[in-house]
Design a protein around this ligand. Structure first.
Ligand SMILES: [Zn+2]
Length: 91
């Protein structure tokens, strides 16, 4: 990569800053975390590497719920999100 500036975003799992395009954006919809595939949805967003290990770290720290200001994220919602995340990173 050249010295051209690319916007960096920080993964809420590993806390590393990476080019925005390498990360997955997550937004809040109806009190649940959802993947924002285009990275363009309005509102508050957090970023994750396309790596399940980072999701696991983020879950442990409750970084998604905190970053997205979700009150009382249920284990079911977390699981639905985990499945969606797995599907997304497969591609
Ligand atoms: Zn990460």
């Amino acid at each position: 990569m050249k010295t051209r500036k690319v916007p960096l975003r920080r993964c809420v799992g590993c806390m590393e800053s990476k080019p925005k395009g390498e990360l997955l954006r997550v937004v809040e919809r109806d009190g649940k975390p959802v993947i924002d595939p285009g990275g363009k949805a309005n509102g508050r967003g957090v970023y994750l590497c396309r790596d399940e290990a980072c999701l696991a770290k983020a879950e442990k720290k409750k970084a998604l719920a905190r970053g997205l200001k979700i009150q009382g994220l249920t284990p079911e919602d977390a699981e639905v999100f985990r499945d969606a995340f797995r599907e997304e990173i497969k591609q």
